[in-house]
Design a protein around this ligand. Structure first.
Ligand code: AMP
Length: 116
């Protein structure tokens, strides 16, 4: 069940600030407060979905495509299409998801090595 008081819901409602990168009526991109790479952006849809599976199953196809098109736009605008990047979404205990609002981590700006 979606928790309306999670920190990203508060950021969407402008109850707490964020280091904003891009926003429109459907999506929001902002800098991670604890960056794990030189570039670390979080992308979120504004509808109330907990994780990746929730986003895909509860969101209309146009909005899902819109979100991922914006992810590509942000990647290109940051020049990460040339240097490379990593996309991550965490879910559940083993994924170590901290904030229960679906989000994509966009990481780049340096080589991040192999996965673990
Ligand atoms: P996850 O483990 O995938 O849920 O990651 C949550 C991410 O949100 C972490 O990388 C945090 O550093 C980041 N985070 C938490 N609070 C904020 C905030 N107020 N502004 C920006 N990023 C945040």
């Amino acid at each position: 069940m979606y928790d309306n008081n999670n920190i990203f819901a508060k950021i969407i409602r402008k109850e707490i600030p964020c280091d904003f990168v891009y926003e429109d009526e459907k999506v929001l991109f902002f800098k991670d407060i604890n960056p794990k790479a030189k570039i670390h952006i979080l992308g979120i849809p504004k509808n109330s979905v907990v994780n990746f599976r929730d986003f895909i199953s509860k969101t209309d196809k146009e909005t899902v495509k819109y979100f991922f098109d914006k992810v590509v736009e942000i990647i290109n605008n940051l020049g990460l299409d040339k240097s490379g990047y990593r996309l991550i979404t965490n879910d559940g205990v083993d994924g170590n998801q901290e904030v229960p609002h679906f989000h994509i981590h966009i990481l780049g700006g340096e080589n991040m090595g192999g996965l673990r």
